[in-house]
Structures are given as C-alpha cells and as structure tokens.
Write a protein that binds this ligand. Structure first.
Ligand SMILES: Nc1nc2c(ncn2[C@@H]2O[C@H](COP(=O)(O)OP(=O)(O)OP(=O)(O)O)[C@@H](O)[C@H]2O)c(=O)[nH]1
Length: 590
C-alpha cells in the first residue's frame, strides 16, 4: 500500500489507455503479488487489473473491462454509495472487509485497501485485496472470543490486579466462585482480603513470591468459604508498560486438590510397598541393564553382610556373584544371558558370595522391567536361600552314591557266594548239588521237547596210588588238571561237575548216546595221552568212563546217574582206561 501512495504523481496524469500498455506505474503494480484493480468510482467499471488480480479472477483484462463491474465480484455491507461516502474526499483511503464473490466459486472474505484517485478527469478507486490479512484478523478476533469464553468458564480463577495499594483486583473470572466460594461480583469489596484466604502456613511463601518482583508459580492451601482448605496452584506474571514499569499482575489460580489427593494416595501406596519390600524375609534386589545393583532391601543387606553403600552401584559380578568359580562355571556368561534375555530366566539357582567369603545358594525369581519402547530398564530379582536344602541334597546324593557302591559290593559278594554254592573250590567245576538240580531241569525239558540227554561219569584210575606215591597235594594237582581239561572240552550247554572225590559227571543236554560215547572216548584218549607235570614228576593218568542216555537207559535223574555209574563200574571192571555204555536192563539194586 505504501508503494502505491509513494508512486510518482506525474504518472497518474497519463491517460488510462496508455497506462494499460506501458509505464513504470503499472509495471510496478504488476509486480505486486496481491490483486490490485482500478475501477471507476461512479459505476465500478474495470479500468485496470494487475497480473495477480487477473489470475485470481480467471478472466482476461478485456473480459473484465467488457463484461464486469467491481460490484459483480464483491459486495460491501453498505454498497457502492457507502464506498463513495467513504471516499468522498479526493485521495482518501479506507480499509474495508468485503466478501469477494468468485462468479464460479465460493465467497472469500478479504481485507481491501481502497484509495480514491483522479485519472483523466475520472474519479477512480484503486483497490488492493489481501486475503491473508483478513484471515489473520479474523483468527485473532476468534481467539479473543475463545479466550473470553475460556476465562469465563474455566474452573480456575483468572485475575488481573494493579500494584496500587496491596494488589487490588480489577478483574476476576467467574471461576473465582469455584476456587474461593465467593462469586466474581464480590471482588473487590464484599469478599475478604485475598491474603487472608491463604492458609497461615503458606502466607509467608506467598508473600515472598509476591515480593520477588517476577512472575511465579507456587502451590499453597487456600481457605475456601465452606471452611475447607484446598490446595491451589497459582501461576502469575507481571505486565509492564513501554518504560518497563509494572502496571499489572495477571495470573490463574487452579484447584489442585484432586491431584494432591492422588499424589498422597500414590505416596501412601509407595510407602506401603517400601515397607513390604523392607520387611520381606526374602532377598530383594534390582539390577540396572549393565548388571549393577541399584537397590537391595534390608534382608538382603543382612543376608549378604553388606552395608547398602557397599552394594549400590556395584557390579553384581565380583560382589554377590563370585568373579571366578572353582567349578569352572561361566558366571559372566550366565549374567550376560540374564541381562540380554531375562525372559528366558524367570527362575534360576545360583551360588552367591557373602561379604565374609561364605558361599550361599539362592533360588532367584527374576522380573524384567521394560519401558514403553520395550527397552530393558531394570531386572527385579527376588531370592530365597536354599543352602540348607542344597546341602541336604548334596548329602543325599553322596549317600546315594555310597549306597550304590555298597550295593555293587553286595551284589558281587552275592555272586561270589552263589558261585561258591554251586562250584567246587578245587577244580572250579560245578558241584554235585548243582548237577542234580540241573539234571532234573534238563531232563524235564528233554521230555517236554522229546529230545535226548546223556550223562558221562568218569573216575581217575588208581588215584590212591598217586596220593600214596606223590602225596595228597599232588593228587589235588591231578584233580585240578582234570577239571581244567574237562572245562576246556565242554560245550556251552554242557554241565561238568565234580561228583565227589576223584569222580566226575558231565551232563550233555541234547546229546544222543552215540554222540556222548564218542565224546567220552575222545576225552579218555586225550587225557591218557597228556603228560601231567606234578611236583617235578611227569605223570600219565588214565580215566574210566561210563555213559548213559535218556530216553534209552532211564527217564529220571537218579536212575540215569546210577546207570552211568554202573557203566563206569563196568569200565573199571573191564580193566580201566576205557568207556562203557549203560545197559537198559541192569538192576539198580545191584
Ligand atoms: N588228593 C586227594 N585225594 C582224594 C580226594 N578225594 C578222594 N581222594 C582219594 O582218592 C582215593 C580213592 O581211592 P580208591 O577209591 O581206592 O580208588 P582208586 O585208587 O582210584 O582205584 P580205582 O578207582 O579202583 O582205580 C582215596 O585214597 C581217597 O583218599 C581229594 O580231594 N584229594
């Protein structure tokens, strides 16, 4: 606008037709980003529109001039006559809010600056349209209205007071009733002095804030008209004039009783929680994400034997957790895993270290705490001593291991006893009792399966002479050698026994008579051919053998043994060192 009024006056005498095509004046106007028009005052006919105005209208200058008048685009509350009245003096200027009507679009309110000009003996109006200025002004007035409504309706007390005397109120909002119990209309005058409403305990703090010479924000209790003291928060600021003199204090006093009550309840809750944590008979500690101790309860202090100052801020590893571990457990690794994946360790058992070096076992329950972004902020751990249980457990394990050893010893002993019960100690062969048991069993099976079974009885020839010539010990040696000989030639199913003295019996399950005789013959031959070295003497010892078979010779154990024994007797009788077969008809009573 100032550029228009400052424009060189000589250009205004240039005829409009020429102005439209050339001239500094209008080049300048074209450069203005806001719409500018020149219209005739009398009827609003367009004489000129700058580039911004043409762009805004969506028409050409020719179309504007030929078919439109200013009144087609905007209307003023009082119409053209009013505009003419506003600009009744030459060169007069006015500012108007007008509604700019776009022929095809919505109505846009604009702020227009109009100036009356005389061009070519014609009274004209130069108009500058500013939509933004209108919007800003409109918004400001709207905010003012909102503010007024807000002040009137807010539950707090908005005020303004002047420094004259003792800060007399010259404005209080309707919320004053809510905060003090006195209606806004009682101020000043009927209501008591504001300072007297401040609770005696807080008056001094309020007076200090007032005297500070600056704005302030304080909380204090205010004595309400209903007799109840309520917590309020006062935010105040000072208003200064151009010379920096304080001309007013403004502020808002809000009732914060509800917030204070909540804070008190929260504090009471927190206090209860603290008492609970401190009186708990469990170890409670908090760890930061770096593995440092940030809190320990009293029980934890006494349990580990530390003062709180010695633990807070200390890394867990090296204090409560042994830094090195004789059992080679990777404690640093365990702690690292706990800090990075706490959800994987809801419960864990750990050996911990007391200040005096004692080792204690603790069962830990861990609760990770995370912030809204999911980052770990701390780990809350609750521990219970399980040293005694652990000790009992260890002792039980040790006792169990000892029992295992003893059990194995007993089992070995039992085995040994069992072996002793069924073995002959001199030869290592089975004894007579075992033979009888086995024979009964094997015979029953052979009968069941309709199989065969043979028994070979054998006896050392002239054994008495061995004893007599070389001594009883040498005789034992011969018997031991015969035992080894028979064992070496037995099959897995055979049962070789020392039947008594120098007499032996071998049960051959599944063996037919012919097979048994062949084997008896080969044993006889083999033993007779072997030279026994006994006590420095080389002996040649022969055997007599008798063979009997089931079912050919007998069907019960006793008879079968008797038949084999009879056959052995026959072998002795026929000159020894030979094998005889039992006869089915032999009379057992003989
Ligand atoms: N060294 C030793 N001798 C034993 C053992 N048991 C029995 N004898 C002896 O074996 C001998 C058996 O003698 P006899 O029954 O007369 O028979 P034999 O001298 O072998 O003569 P024939 O059987 O008829 O060939 C006895 O002298 C017994 O004392 C033993 O465990 N060790």
């Amino acid at each position: 606008m100032t550029s228009l009024s400052d424009a060189p006056s000589h250009s205004l005498s240039t005829p409009p037709s020429e102005l439209l095509t050339s001239g500094t004046w209008f080049r300048l106007l074209d450069a203005i980003p806001l719409p500018v028009t020149l219209t005739r005052l009398l009827d609003g006919a367009f004489l000129y529109a700058n580039q911004a105005a043409i762009a805004r209208s969506g028409l050409t200058l020719e179309q504007l001039r030929a078919h439109f008048r200013a009144d087609d685009f905007y209307s003023m509350p009082l119409g053209r006559t009013a505009l003419q009245l506003q600009l009744r003096n030459p060169d007069s200027v006015a500012q108007l809010d007008i509604a700019l009507r776009d022929p095809q679009g919505p109505v846009v309110p604009v702020r227009a600056t109009v100036r009356r000009l005389r061009v070519e003996d014609e009274e004209c109006v130069l108009t500058l349209y500013d939509e933004q200025a209108y919007a800003l002004r409109h918004q400001l007035s709207l905010n003012r209205q909102q503010l007024d409504a807000l002040l009137a309706n807010m539950p707090g007390m908005a005020y303004r007071c002047t420094p004259a005397g003792s800060w007399e109120f010259d404005y209080v909002s309707q919320g004053t009733l809510y905060v003090t119990g006195y209606p806004a209309t009682d101020w000043p005058g009927q209501a008591p002095d504001f300072a007297s409403l401040i609770h005696p305990e807080h008056r001094e703090a309020h007076a200090i804030a007032l005297a500070s010479g600056e704005g302030y924000g304080i909380e204090y209790r205010l004595l309400h008209r209903d007799g109840i003291a309520r917590w309020v928060h006062e935010q105040a600021w000072l208003v200064e004039d151009a010379e920096g003199r304080v001309v007013a204090r403004e502020g808002v006093i809000s009732d914060i009783s509800a917030r204070k009550a909540e804070e008190a309840a929260r504090e009471a809750d927190a206090e209860q929680y603290r008492e609970l944590v401190q009186s708990a008979r469990s170890i409670i500690l908090r760890l930061d994400p770096q593995g440092r101790i940030s809190f320990v309860n009293q029980y934890a202090e006494s349990y580990f034997g530390y003062d709180p100052d010695e633990l807070i801020g200390q890394p867990l590893l090296g204090t409560l957790l042994p830094e090195t571990e004789s059992t080679q457990r990777n404690l640093a690794g365990v702690l690292e895993a706990l800090l990075t994946q706490p959800e994987d360790f809801p419960v864990h058992v750990n050996e911990n270290l007391c200040r005096d070096g004692r080792r204690v076992w603790v069962l830990w329950t861990n609760q990770p705490v995370r912030n809204a972004q999911g980052q770990l902020t701390e780990i809350l751990s609750i521990g219970n001593d399980i040293t005694e249980q652990r000790q009992i457990q260890l002792e039980l394990r040790r006792a169990h291991e000892q029992l295992q050893v003893q059990y194995q010893r007993i089992a070995a002993l039992q085995n040994q006893l069992r072996e002793q019960a069924i073995r002959d100690s001199l030869t290592g062969l089975f004894n007579r009792r075992y033979l009888e048991e086995t024979l009964e069993r094997e015979l029953a099976r052979a009968q069941r399966e309709q199989g065969a079974l043979s028994v070979i009885m054998l006896d050392v020839d002239h054994f008495k002479q061995v004893n007599d010539r070389f001594g009883h010990k040498a005789g034992d040696e011969v018997l031991r050698a015969l035992g080894a000989y028979l064992r070496a030639r037995s099959r897995s199913e055979d049962v070789a026994c020392r039947y008594g003295g120098e007499e032996f019996a071998i049960v051959l399950p599944g063996a037919q008579l012919g097979d048994a005789v062949r084997r008896a013959e080969s044993w006889r031959e083999g033993f007779a051919a072997s030279a026994l070295e006994v006590d420095g003497h080389v002996l040649q010892v022969t055997l007599s053998l008798g063979v009997a078979s089931f079912p050919s010779h007998a069907s019960d154990a006793e008879t079968l043994l008797n038949r084999a024994d009879s056959a052995l007797y026959a072998a002795k009788g026929h000159g020894r060192n030979r094998v005889e077969t039992a006869c089915a008809h032999v009379d057992d009573s003989v």
